[in-house]
Design a protein around this ligand. Structure first.
Ligand SMILES: Nc1ncnc2c1ncn2[C@@H]1O[C@H](COP(=O)(O)OP(=O)(O)OP(=O)(O)O)[C@@H](O)[C@H]1O
Ligand SMILES: [Mg+2]
Length: 381
């Protein structure tokens, strides 16, 4: 009697644990997985229990391999990390530890894997690191701008006066024209950089994100979309309005769409815009998800960590401020900007915006889009 009451307590304890728990029997078959594990891995209790770990977690090959090998390992890994990709294509980092389940007589009855999804912590850390870098960059830029702006303004005025004094044509006038162009360009760079490092004030109004995506696409058409690029939009039929700074978020989306189009250039490809606003998720935890993807050459792995840095560009005329600005705007909305790219297969940029900024009122999306792929041929250039 006492034993069964204890068993109930243990079961409740396991069910309520905030970290994921998977237990295997000594044959390597799944015995149980608690609610957190089911939530993180999106795996059903009914389909997993009784199955060999390799089959139950076949969607996560690394995890499946780890569990399948656990029985034969002499030392189990402790405090290790595992990178997995969800079936929806999201990268997640799991921190885990393993232990054997040993009976009183020393017989090994199975293995237990405890794990926690570290992805939100990692994202927060990345964001804090970037904010620290931006703060120091901001201080430096502000003092530099102070030193540069006044002489630059004087130079601009002097060049204009000089041009006026020169005859309308001739080598000297050409040289003065070049000088004026270059001074203006320098002025533009200084101003753009200042705009970027200045603290961002967000003025949120209830916005339909599908409309915002369409408007951003409009800014990029028709000249930028090559004839061979197909645009596919994938919006839910019903949406919730989100409290967003429309102008800033539109400019962030324009940057992502431009990059996607630039990556495909004149080649055939697909630009895919998608929006997912979960209707039944709690506002405190849920996110609206915007994806902008292309079928361009993708982003080489070694440069992926640098693409959000200000002034990082691989394009001959790129300022390298596009993604840095986009991330700044998304951060200011308490959201997350992520990239997933497989070289040669394209890139997917994902913006997650907290549903806590959503209004309760549902609204229909533009042109009654449905949850099917809609191919809008009028948008092809
Ligand atoms: N969709 C994409 N496919 C391939 N590479 C990309 C993509 N988006 C961004 N990149 C890479 O990231 C770099 C930085 O992008 P970012 O938008 O910040 O600057 P840029 O496009 O080079 O210049 P700017 O946007 O200021 O004109 C790019 O130069 C490119 O190397
Ligand atoms: Mg860009």
């Amino acid at each position: 009697m006492k034993r069964s009451r204890d068993d109930g307590f243990a079961a409740d304890l396991v069910a309520g644990m905030r970290c994921g728990l998977i237990t295997l029997d000594r044959h390597g078959c799944v015995r149980a997985l608690n609610e957190s594990a089911r939530e993180i891995l999106k795996v059903d209790q009914e389909t997993a229990v009784g199955q060999p770990a390799q089959r139950a977690f076949s969607a996560y090959p690394q995890l499946a391999r780890l569990l399948a090998q656990a029985a034969s390992m002499s030392t189990l890994p402790d405090r290790a990390e595992l990178e997995i990709q969800t079936p929806a294509g999201e990268d997640r980092t799991l921190g885990f530890t393993m232990s054997r389940v040993v009976a009183e007589d020393g017989e090994v009855r199975g293995v237990a894997l405890f794990f926690k999804d570290l992805t939100p912590i990692e994202r927060q850390e990345q964001r804090e690191q970037l904010q620290e870098r931006l703060a120091s960059l901001g201080a430096m830029a502000a003092s530099l701008a102070h030193e540069i702006r006044n002489p630059l303004a004087a130079l601009e005025v002097t060049t204009t006066l000089l041009r006026r004094k020169l005859p309308e044509s001739g080598t000297c006038r050409d040289l003065a024209d070049t000088l004026q162009d270059q001074v203006r360009r320098l002025s533009g760079t200084v101003n753009d950089s200042l705009e970027y490092v200045r603290p961002l004030q967000i003025h949120g109004t209830p916005c339909n994100l599908a409309e915002l995506l369409d408007e951003a696409l409009e800014v990029c058409t028709p000249d930028r979309i090559a004839p061979k690029v197909e645009v596919v939009r994938w919006y839910p039929q019903e949406t919730r309005l989100l409290q967003v700074d429309a102008g800033r978020m539109r400019s962030a989306l324009v940057n992502l769409i431009r990059n996607a189009l630039e990556s495909m250039g004149e080649n055939a490809g697909v630009l895919r815009l998608s929006l997912d606003i979960p209707q039944d998720e709690a506002p405190e935890v849920g996110h609206a998800i915007i994806r902008v993807s292309d079928t361009g050459p993708g982003i080489p792995e070694d440069i992926q960590p640098r693409i959000f840095n200000p002034f990082y560009s691989t394009k001959p005329n790129g300022s390298g401020l596009g993604l840095a600005w986009t991330r700044k705007v998304v951060d200011a909305h308490d959201g997350f900007l992520d990239v997933h790219s497989t070289p040669k297969e394209g890139a997917v940029f994902t913006i997650r915006l907290p549903l806590s900024a959503a209004t309760a009122v549902p609204e229909l999306n533009p042109a009654g889009e449905t949850l099917h792929e809609t191919q809008d041929s009028s948008r092809r250039g």
